[in-house]
Ligand binder design. Structure first.
Ligand code: NAD
Ligand code: DAU
Length: 341
């Protein structure tokens, strides 16, 4: 049995990956290590304890807390660390950059220190295409391109990537990195654009659209991303980064139309609002390197968005529980008074 620590495993992608890993690797024990910030949700993991008896453990802890990290790695005899833990929302990083630097940069350092001290077999960092900054069409960011992050979030993630590469070069730590594009699918906290828009549309509420809505993102299905991560963890070359994305970009306006069409709601629900400061115009990645390991996306954009909308329609109790209290305060702070007539 291998012991695999999935940090940030109570969040959106981490919980999807924890379930995927337990299904795909009968010889893995999974230890989810999570601080349970507002984005960490025990409801994302409820099926795991009964489905994977003896192979799944949940530990509450902060990746920036050395003692807690070292204790967990030692106690569970960790062989592999896969680090999903992060503050992950660009808009919140504009409001409060400090927590992003602490978790995404300093927390990564503490995990790398633990990996070094306990000589673990593989440290894998979950990174993002945002480290490249935006790119004019028809360009595509490749792994060796310069890193030009635009927001406090992406700058903190870039710091994490650079630390990982430095630990590989300096200490020979077996590190790999994946740089994923925008994920969509089950269990995404309703602050990211797709769950905000889908849940608002279900309730006939406005869909806030930043600026002119012509920004482009590569919206991939979360399980395609999980497969890409898994292939890099098991087959990737230490010291290397790999882009994971579908290679297909969609404008935010087209995304809004797709969601409203799937729900049978009018386009008049789209509400233009003032733009995000420093907003990156377009992300697009070259995915040939990860394809070289045998990965290919299994979902088209149309399939990914259809499955995602269906999940939120079928799982109202999951998101209605979140859209109360702290969330409503955040929503008011984030969107209040930004309407453009
Ligand atoms: P999320 O915000 O849904 O979940 C983050 C998880 O990390 C939460 O469970 C939270 O409690 C936990 N966490 C936060 N700070 C922590 C700390 N200090 N110690 C321990 N746990 C902590 O995020 P997500 O969207 O699932 O993103 C996961 C990872 O993937 C992040 O590293 C993010 O940068 C990266 N990523 C996300 C996307 C995307 O589209 N969501 C795309 C590419 C890469
Ligand atoms: O590219 C990968 C990144 O994708 C990840 O690293 C981040 O963790 C993840 O949050 C995501 O970042 P984005 O900023 O691209 O995602 P977000 O869902 O916040 O916004 C997607 C696009 O939609 C972006 O162009 C801004 C726009 N938007 C967003 C929101 C929340 C709107 O127009 N309206 C909104 O209400």
């Amino acid at each position: 049995m291998k012991s695999v620590m999935i940090t940030g495993g109570a969040g959106f992608i981490g919980s999807n990956y924890a379930r995927f890993a337990l299904e795909q690797h009968p010889d893995w024990k999974v230890i989810v290590y999570d601080k349970f910030t507002y984005a960490g949700n025990p409801d994302n993991l409820t099926d795991l304890a009964s489905r994977f008896k003896g192979r799944y453990t949940l530990v509450r802890g902060d990746i920036a807390d050395r003692e807690a990290v070292f204790d967990a790695v030692k106690q569970h005899g960790i062989d592999i660390i896969i680090n999903f833990a992060a503050d992950s929302h660009v808009d919140r990083s504009i409001e409060e950059p400090g927590t992003f630097i602490m978790t995404d940069c300093y927390g990564t350092y503490e995990l790398l220190e633990a990996a070094r001290a306990f000589k673990i077999e593989r440290y894998h960092q979950i990174s993002t295409d945002e480290v490249y900054g935006d790119i004019e069409p028809p360009g595509r960011s490749a792994e060796a391109d310069p890193l030009r992050p635009s927001s406090p979030y992406s700058a903190s993630k870039t710091g994490g990537d650079l630390l990982c590469l430095a630990y590989h070069r300096t200490y020979g730590l077996p590190v790999t990195i994946t740089r994923g594009t925008n994920n969509i699918g089950p269990f995404q906290y309703p602050e990211k654009v797709v769950p905000v828009w889908v849940t608002n549309a279900i309730d006939n509420q406005p869909l806030p659209l930043y600026g002119d809505g012509r920004q482009m993102r590569d919206y991939q299905y979360v399980l395609d991303h999980c497969e890409g991560i898994d292939i890099v963890v098991t087959k990737g070359v230490p010291g290397e980064a790999y882009n994971v994305g579908s290679g297909v970009e969609t404008t935010n306006l087209d995304l809004a139309h797709a969601i409203l069409d799937l729900l049978g709601k009018p386009y008049s629900l789209i509400q233009p609002i003032t733009d995000r400061p420093g907003h990156d115009r377009r992300y697009a990645v070259d995915n040939n390197k990860v394809r070289g390991l045998g990965w290919a996306p299994s979902h088209t954009f149309a399939q990914a968005i259809e499955k995602t909308v269906r999940w939120y329609r079928d799982n109202e109790s999951w998101w209605r529980k979140i859209k109360t209290g702290e969330y409503l305060d955040y929503y008011k702070r984030q969107y209040g008074g930004r309407e453009v007539k």
